[in-house]
Design a binder for this molecule. Structure first.
Ligand SMILES: Cc1cc2nc3c(=O)[nH]c(=O)nc-3n(C[C@H](O)[C@H](O)[C@H](O)COP(=O)(O)OP(=O)(O)OC[C@H]3O[C@@H](n4cnc5c(N)ncnc54)[C@H](O)[C@@H]3O)c2cc1C
Length: 290
């Protein structure tokens, strides 16, 4: 298996900036995210405080970033990372298609996640709560499951569950009407809590209670502590120092995920620092192995 020098998670300004610097420093990188870059960039109307791009719309900024990635030959891998595991001097990243990649360093640039985990979510994680339909669907073959969908992009994963499970309830957290190939019951109720005993058994909403074998929570981005077991956090933010180092050696965080202020230029600046810190870490790792 290829072991990348660095795996960068997120294609907002923080991840793009980290990728550009890592590439300029000749690192073998993989960049996870979306060809649309970032929802936050797509919706911003007029950005007045980004040097070099005066009064630019978010879409035009994304187009400028995309051109720069293309010029440098940096590709975007359109996969969601569902878990990052520290293996000592390298990392294993699980992708939403159930496959794995390895990297010597990881740069988390996955943005900030609004809200809090549902009560019961952390308690039942791995015991009836899952963040990856493709990975865990076979465990729930022929059973009834619930899916909490954070964005229309998650509908494909729910559709796959529709092929495998006896029944799927889908709770969209957005206004658009979900479209499925399989028979999936869309429920416009607000999920409140996951209840159970040894494992999750019930999803409680503001409209009722649903007996399910698993609740799949498919957010656009995961809470950082859930994405990386053992990662030190403070509220919604990953704890970092000025070098964007986290408490896990070789793992760096930048942009909104590293705390306020939530700004493009701050995200891009931190992405640059995170990439340079990863470069220094890789050099130290290489010296250790001489
Ligand atoms: C409407 C609006 C207007 C704004 N206007 C301004 C402004 O004028 N000036 C300003 O400075 N800031 C502005 N902001 C703030 C700015 O958008 C954010 O600070 C900035 O986008 C943060 O960049 P980021 O790279 O940290 O994260 P994001 O832009 O949130 O990007 C995160 C990326 O990570 C990806 N991702 C998340 N989880 C995973 C995963 N598990 N696997 C793979 N990919 C993943 C997401 O798909 C996304 O591509 C505005 C925000 C909004 C919403």
């Amino acid at each position: 298996m290829t072991r990348y020098d660095t795996a960068i998670i997120g294609t907002g300004p923080a991840g793009i900036s980290a990728a550009i610097t890592a590439k300029v420093r000749n690192k073998n990188l993989i960049l996870f995210g979306s060809k649309d870059l970032s929802t936050k960039m797509q919706v911003a109307h007029e950005i007045l405080n980004y040097p070099g791009l005066p009064a630019v719309s978010g879409k035009d900024m994304a187009a400028a970033f995309t051109r720069q990635l293309e010029q440098l030959g940096i590709e975007i891998t359109e996969e969601k990372v569902t878990a990052v595991y520290s293996m000592g001097d390298y990392f294993t990243l699980q992708k939403s298609n159930g496959e794995y990649v390895e990297a010597s360093t990881v740069i988390l640039a996955s943005g900030v996640v609004a809200g809090k985990p549902y009560p019961g979510e952390e308690q039942f994680l791995g015991r009836g709560v899952s963040y990856c339909a493709t990975c865990d669907a076979p465990l729930y073959k022929g059973k009834t499951v619930a899916v909490i969908g954070g964005a229309p992009a998650e509908e494909a994963e729910a559709d796959y569950l529709g092929e495998v499970c006896e029944k799927v309830y889908y709770f969209p957290l957005y206004k658009e009407e979900p479209k499925f190939r399989n028979a999936i019951e869309v429920v416009r109720e607000k999920p409140l809590e996951i209840l159970g005993g040894m494992k999750a058994e019930t999803l409680k909403t503001d409209g009722g209670e649903y007996e399910v074998a698993c609740v799949f929570i498919l957010r656009e981005a995961q809470f950082p502590g859930q994405l990386v077991p053992g990662l030190a956090t403070e509220g919604p933010a990953v704890k970092v120092n000025m070098q964007m180092e986290t408490n896990i050696p070789g793992l760096f965080a930048c942009g909104d995920i590293a705390g306020q202020p939530y700004q493009y230029i701050k995200a891009a600046g931190q992405g640059n620092v995170a990439a340079l810190s990863a470069v220094n870490y890789l050099a130290a790792l290489a010296r250790k192995n001489i």
